[in-house]
Design a protein around this ligand. Structure first.
Ligand code: SF4
Length: 698
């Protein structure tokens, strides 16, 4: 009923990487309801988060004024009540808070050098804000120690894609599954994590497409699948190499495609011969005949796609896992045609865009290497004489280690929550407590903000304008829907004000000006203008003209690598960094739930989502619970070499009897107290998906 609201505005869902477009209805300056509209990634559909998760922006915990740590505050720790922070913080004017934030960072730069300050940006911000954040650190402090949550998400996938196909983005949109005959979904639970993408997968099976799911944990999608391969955790390379062994030995590969578009096949073929289904079956737990049948199905398809999630990427062998998936697609020529492609499903709504914008330590915007003199020369020109360091910077976990060791003394953290999201999070919390100067910019007094010296109140996505880029490479406009509460400001405005105070010559008055500057160095944005985005609602990059809607599938004519060829990179079997033993006999894996998103700072403050899923929980097989003598709904204690949590246990047959699944959204049973900080050597992503754990009846 039109009388139920005062106005209506189109925008983009702030949660996952699907990037659903929404219509937001506003009454008395507040969001009243949200509906899906006809965006390219959702065609009117929304999941429970997009439909009901919006009212976190009106939560009484919202930061509405800048805060400064009191001189007589108790020792820094996870000890601040967000509804009553006054023993730790006092209110300040924007002038005072910005001055204090800037002076603290400047003092460290003057005394210890620029390397004493590092920055974490966020995929919750717009492309323009991500661009400004990396520029702030690079231009203001003269190094590349700037990163964001892609490091905890798909860094290993991007590392493998850059190495082997020459581009870190998806080769085909997920909607291309409509044109496929076969699809593999591995290490991904799209029904919970990318629910609207999952609806396309289900439609694919309804019209006869063959879905192959590979996952150590059963998923709701399995009832739509032709094959469900519930392999042993951490044995991805064994399973995938065995599948490719069959394709090679039975000569099911696409010889013409391999000759025309790839390099390294013969070495790869020789390598893969050792990984027979019989040998690998002992490791991965999948029967050789099933491995053979899946190999024949995938290789025999006219058009096939591969989708993957963090079950693939969050391992110390995450890059090897992704290398295998790339090789599998290349072997069968399933890249570059409609209904074919490689698609790592991106987690946050703008993790693709923030990475494209250069919010990563080894690349400038558009994945241009910091080691390339021509790239540095281009940015020296655009950034008016700034000299850039030619060494890749430190990544998220590496930065926190340097903080812990006292080598990094100041941080600027925008929208990230490492006090919840880092592996071995007690180590991260101790590190944050040691910082001489921590500036946190966020919408809530997050666990990380507990450790801040200055807190700058920022805007949620519906309170600002900017562009965001979803998992499909679709650039969309997120429009301002309501005003931010109190004195909270848009993040780009805060960045500009802070940059001027540390001596940078920034004069942006609008995010459109930042977008125009980004276009000067980013070929991916060619032919994309703000005006066009307003008109078309979304443009897929690359686009080859002002009226070309963009390329859903790329690499039809070759790859952005030497001689246009993609590469086969052999992968060896590597065990997880720690394996079960007598003291820690089970396997812990972590992830998300449908209702809660990442560290829970937003969704646990959304009324409906919190009502549906209000309590920290873990999932165990019913037989494991019986052995422990714990009823479903009772407490269990989970202990690893890093720490312990007590949490309510649910019975779940999808979890193998030797595993426990723990979501990471709950501060009262923080999963990352338990996780292992061991890193993949290429993507530098931690092994969130595998830790040795002891489960007890407390
Ligand atoms: Fe939002 Fe993702 Fe749900 Fe779409 S699928 S409504 S983008 S959380």
């Amino acid at each position: 009923d039109s009388k139920d609201f005062d106005s209506e505005q189109q925008s983009v869902c702030p949660f996952c990487g699907v990037g659903c477009q929404v219509s937001v209805k506003i009454k008395d300056g507040k969001v009243k309801s949200v509906e899906g509209i006809n965006g390219p990634a959702n065609e009117g559909r929304l999941c429970v988060k997009g439909r009901f998760g919006f009212d976190y922006i009106h939560h009484p915990h919202r930061l509405t004024k800048p805060l400064i740590r009191r001189e007589d505050a108790p020792e820094k720790g996870l000890n601040v009540d967000p509804s009553n922070p006054w023993t730790h913080f006092r209110e300040a004017t924007w002038e005072e808070a910005l001055d204090k934030a800037a002076h603290g960072l400047q003092d460290l730069r003057s005394y210890y050098g620029g390397q004493s300050v590092a920055g974490f940006g966020s995929a919750k911000c717009t492309n323009e804000e991500a661009y400004l954040f990396q520029k702030f650190i690079r231009q203001g402090f003269g190094h590349n120690n700037v990163d964001h949550c892609t490091r905890l998400c798909h860094a290993s996938s991007v590392s493998a894609l850059m190495e082997n196909v020459g581009s870190g983005a998806v080769t085909a949109t997920f909607n291309e599954i409509e044109n496929a005959d076969v699809a593999i979904v591995i290490g991904s639970n799209p029904t919970e994590n990318h629910p609207v993408a999952a609806t396309y997968f289900k439609q694919f099976t309804k019209r006869g497409g063959e879905l192959i799911i590979m996952d150590p944990r059963g998923t709701a999608m399995k009832r739509h699948a032709k094959h469900m391969l519930q392999f042993r955790p951490g044995t991805d390379v064994s399973l995938l190499n065995a599948i490719m062994n069959v394709i090679v030995e039975e000569k099911l590969y696409d010889r013409q495609y391999i000759e025309g578009f790839t390099e390294g096949f013969f070495e790869f073929r020789d390598h893969i011969r050792a990984f027979t289904p019989e040998r690998m079956s002992e490791l991965c737990g999948i029967a050789p005949e099933v491995i053979r049948e899946v190999a024949r199905t995938f290789a025999g398809a006219q058009r096939a796609m591969i989708f993957w999630g963090m079950g693939v990427s969050q391992h110390i062998h995450g890059t090897d896992n992704a290398r295998c998936l790339i090789s599998l697609a290349l072997l069968c020529g399933h890249v570059g045609r409609p209904g074919t492609g490689l698609h790592p499903l991106r987690g946050q709504n703008n993790v693709q865009g923030a990475s494209d914008a250069g919010l990563i330590p080894q690349f400038m915007p558009d994945y241009q290497s910091v080691t390339d003199p021509e790239v540095r020369s281009l940015f020296r020109h655009i950034w008016k004489g700034t000299d850039l360091l030619d060494q890749p910077g430190l990544t998220v976990v590496e930065i926190m280690d340097r903080v812990y060791r006292g080598e990094i003394k100041g941080m600027y953290i925008l929208g990230e929550n490492p006090a919840m999201s880092d592996p071995d999070v007690e180590h991260a919390r101790r590190a944050l407590a040691q910082l001489d100067h921590l500036v946190v910019q966020d919408i809530f007094l997050t666990e990380t903000a507990n450790f801040a010296d200055v807190i700058l109140p920022a805007s949620a996505l519906p309170e600002k304008s900017g562009t965001v880029t979803n998992t499909n490479r679709q650039v969309q406009v997120a429009r301002k829907v309501v005003d931010a509460p109190g004195e909270a400001r848009e993040d780009w405005e805060i960045l500009v004000a802070l940059a001027r105070r540390i001596g940078l010559d920034w004069d942006y008055d609008d995010p459109r000006e930042v977008f125009d500057e980004m276009k000067m160095s980013m070929r991916s944005l060619h032919h994309i203008t703000w005006k066009r985005l307003e008109r078309d609602s979304a443009v897929t990059y690359p686009t080859f003209g002002p009226d070309d809607p963009g390329q859903s599938v790329v690499f039809a004519d070759g790859f952005p690598r030497r001689a246009g060829r993609a590469k086969f990179t052999p992968a060896r079997v590597t065990p997880p960094a720690e394996v079960p033993d007598e003291s820690f006999p089970m396997i812990l894996t972590t992830g998300r739930q449908l209702e809660h998103w990442h560290t829970g700072s937003m969704t646990r403050r959304a009324t409906v989502l919190d009502a549906v899923e209000p309590e920290a929980n873990c999932s165990l097989h019913p037989s494991t619970l019986r052995k422990l003598g714990v009823e479903p709904g009772g407490l269990v204690r989970l202990t690893t070499r890093r720490g312990a949590v007590e949490v309510m246990a649910r019975a779940d047959r999808a979890v193998a009897p030797d595993m426990v699944f723990l979501p990471f959204a709950y501060v009262e049973a923080a999963a990352n107290i338990l996780t292992n900080p061991a890193l993949d050597p290429f993507g530098k992503i931690p092994e969130f998906k595998y830790s040795a754990v002891r489960v007890e009846n407390p």
